[in-house]
Design a protein around this ligand. Structure first.
Ligand code: PMV
Length: 314
């Protein structure tokens, strides 16, 4: 008997350089793709299932229960969006989950790409669009009201300008841009952090909208700084963005401290990245400051990710 047809695909994680949370309300944000994220392979099978991180999720087409793990619900939704047959999937992550690095989006994009590669997709929908849609369906199971920046970064990589209304645009970077990442503490759920900001906004609409507008302004200036290769300015804007995220209530003492250590060690700027409530911080560095910043973090027991952020020149 010949083996069942199979397909394998990958997608990258991301860091958000500026604009998280504000992007949910329509403001622009800047993301940088990581060169590692998730891989997935799928094969046609009698029954649908997903193996991930040592766990196997059996997905029964007949039953739909909110008691099912989110991963199972998300995979079922992704397959439904693609009109896919029964498949057995195996996926793995090369970045930590729930730390603001876009692990769930990378998984969704890798799985959707593998399924589309296996089935050939549908003749009416361009393959890239089918992957985007299915990955968003997956992502919304975890995030509720995802802006789409994580899935866009997982699909495209490089340096991106993103708005909810217009999606992602690749940005030309006017020089070598280096970002170091430190895993500070376990992350909080993105869904919960996005909801916490919404709750704060319900209580103080004017105050929170002012912060959101200020973040949007920083993101616009950062876009300009990136295209000019003015990384001193970009770093300053990132650090200011962190302060505004503190005002939004999504930072933690651990994240603030890790940013401070990076700045003391010579980073051009530092901020939390992603939803906050824990997770990672990023620091804008250069060849000279990268080892000093990484050493300063490592000395305090922080895990520094070796994932490199590759800026592209479109
Ligand atoms: O998935 P995370 O933790 O990288 O957060 C994504 C960024 C948010 O702006 C907080 C949410 C979103 O959907 O844009």
């Amino acid at each position: 008997m010949s083996p069942a047809p199979s397909a394998t695909a990958a997608a990258g994680g991301k860091v958000i350089l500026l604009g998280e949370h504000a992007v949910v309300y329509g403001s622009p944000a800047l993301a940088l793709g990581l060169d590692r994220g998730a891989t997935a392979s799928v094969r046609l099978a009698q029954r649908t299932g997903l193996s991930l991180g040592g766990q196997h999720y059996a997905i029964d087409a007949g039953k739909l229960s909110s008691a099912e793990p989110a991963v199972a619900l998300a995979f079922r939704a992704l397959l439904g969006a693609l009109g896919a047959p029964s498949v057995m999937a195996e996926a793995s992550l090369q970045i930590p989950a729930g730390a603001g690095l876009g692990a769930s989006a990378a998984l969704g994009v890798a799985l959707a790409r593998a399924v589309v590669e296996l089935t050939g997709g549908s003749p009416d929908v361009p393959l890239g669009e089918a992957v985007s849609r299915a990955a968003m369906v997956w992502e919304n199971v975890f995030h509720g009201n995802a802006s789409g920046i994580d899935t866009a970064a997982a699909e495209q990589g490089g340096c991106l300008w993103f708005t909810r209304s217009e999606g992602a645009r690749p940005l030309a970077v006017g020089g070598a841009m280096q970002v170091s990442v430190a895993l500070v503490e376990p992350g909080a759920s993105t869904l919960r952090m996005v909801e916490a900001v919404a709750e704060r906004r319900r209580a103080d609409r004017r105050g929170v909208d002012l912060v959101i507008d200020s973040i949007a302004d920083l993101a616009r200036r950062a876009r300009q700084a990136i295209s000019l290769g003015d990384f001193t300015e970009l770093g300053r804007l990132m650090t200011q963005n962190h302060q505004l995220l503190v005002e939004l209530g999504v930072s933690t003492p651990g994240l603030d401290q890790a940013c401070g250590w990076a700045i003391q060690a010579g980073a051009l700027g530092a901020k939390l990245t992603g939803a906050g409530g824990g997770g990672c911080v990023i620091a804008l560095v250069d060849d000279r400051t990268r080892p000093v910043v990484v050493e300063a973090w490592a000395r305090r027991g922080l895990t520094c990710l070796e994932a490199r952020c590759a800026a592209t020149q479109p």
